[in-house]
Design a protein around this ligand. Structure first.
Ligand code: ZN
Length: 229
């Protein structure tokens, strides 16, 4: 595999020849670059294309790196970020339920292999987020009740490309389990975003006016989630 250095950052480069019309550049991770190129495109054109997108690549890689660092569940004895605060990860096979204090997250699990840790962590995250949502939702429930709308039910899932989603006609909101890694103000922003869709379905100016009216710092909270800060 080819290696590439951009502003001191090392990337592996994969070039795929395809029946595409234009050069397409993708970052699979913070260090893996893939270019889809038309069959007729010269290597020099490809290199020039990469250089012309250098600033974007670096910015995108930094964002992905930040997300990976915040969201990773490393081995026991290391730290995991919960609601924006780093905590030491421990396990205790005698516990019935995982628990957390100011310094530690203690997962109720005997085995310490990665899959078992992840499963125990997701169970903890689901319970904890459920409690947080109960604490945060009255304010947004009020908005729906005043509009004469029914209240939503929640589901929590590990998702890769979205923080939340909703099915408007079924009053269903799905939240990403990864929200547990960020300050709860970020969870509140995603919550309000999904609630607001019950009033305005699209992402129009009217939608964002509604969002910002009730949460003036919405953009800053969202930026934190997207790794822009
Ligand atoms: Zn939306």
């Amino acid at each position: 595999m080819e290696q590439l250095m951009l502003q001191g950052n090392r990337f592996s480069l994969t070039i795929q020849r395809k029946a595409v019309k234009h050069l397409i550049l993708r970052l699979k991770s913070d260090s893996e670059l893939t270019v889809s190129a038309p069959y007729f495109c010269s290597r020099r054109d490809i290199d020039q294309f990469i250089l012309s997108r250098e600033a974007w690549i670096i910015q995108r890689a930094q964002r992905l790196r930040h997300q990976r660092q915040v969201q990773q569940l490393s081995a026991v004895g290391q730290t995991v970020t919960i609601y924006g605060k780093a905590r030491r990860l421990e396990t205790d096979g005698t516990l019935k339920r995982s628990r957390m204090d100011a310094e530690r997250l203690i997962l109720a699990v005997k085995s310490q292999d990665a899959a078992a840790l992840q499963q125990a962590f997701d169970r903890f995250a689901r319970q904890s987020l459920q409690q947080e949502v109960q604490r945060l939702r009255p304010r947004w429930d009020d908005v729906l009740m005043k509009a004469g709308l029914p209240l939503p039910v929640f589901r929590f899932r590990r998702m890769s490309s979205r923080w939340g989603s909703c099915v408007v006609n079924r009053q269903k909101i799905t939240l990403n389990l990864k929200l547990i890694h960020y300050p709860s103000g970020c969870l509140d922003a995603v919550l309000w975003h999904e609630y607001a869709h019950f009033l305005v379905q699209d992402h129009s100016a009217r939608f964002y006016a509604l969002i910002h009216e009730a949460m003036p710092d919405y953009a800053a909270r969202k930026a934190l989630l997207d790794g822009k800060m």
